[in-house]
Ligand binder design. Sequence first.
Ligand code: PRT
Ligand code: MG
Length: 215
Amino acid sequence: MITLALSKGRILDDTLPLLEQAGIRLAGKASGRELILPTTDPQVRIIIVRATDVPTYVQYGGADLGVAGRDVLIEHGGDGLYQPVDLGIARCRMSVAAPETFDYKAAVRRGARLRIATKYVTAARRHFAAKGVHVDLIKLYGSMELAPLVGLADAIVDLVSTGNTLRANRLVEVEHFLDISARVAVNQAALKLKGERLRPLIERLDAAARAKVES
Ligand code: PRT
Ligand code: MG
């Protein structure tokens, strides 16, 4: 049996069509509450976990492979994971955003120490270290947009897609530093033990993703 970990929402919605291209469909109609979904391939099942838990399930072998955003994989660290395929789905970017009233570029120029609120501390630390900007990172688990509005932080690091969330909170995207899309993460031990089954599945997902890009 091959177990594939997905998260509800855009990862599941965007992965199902690729799986279908690879010849695998959900078996029967799901109510939306099941956490284990059988597929038309009796040797493949899907488990539904939180987006940030996908790499953890794969790392410890609770799933043989999974689909997770580059953001999630960076924060996890990638231990024990092989990342062979960028599916090009669930695309967005990681950016620094600040209130209109905060001159981010000027603050960076004069070497100010910045307070940055984010869920993505690893990616943010890397970015500011590479830029040589001193930051105090404040870890939050959601609604980062609020932090600068109440004086908790000067700026935030968040994912941006349409930009509507930032606009609604009168924040401006001042620096886009990472392109994000979802990748396949595979348990390294499973790849050795179940390689005969896993490799063709990974190859078919890769082919489906490429075909989607070309169309
Ligand atoms: O929602 P939950 O807490 O369960 O977990 P999650 O937020 O990690 O899961 P989910 O399904 O929301 O996101 C899964 C993956 O989709 C992420 O890990 C990203 O790789 C990817 N993705 C693509 C996004 C977005 N686009 C996105 N726009 N993830 C989050 N957002 C959020 C963003 O954080 C911000 O709050 O949407 C808001 C911005 O969107 P715009 O369109 O207003 O700019
Ligand atoms: Mg979300």
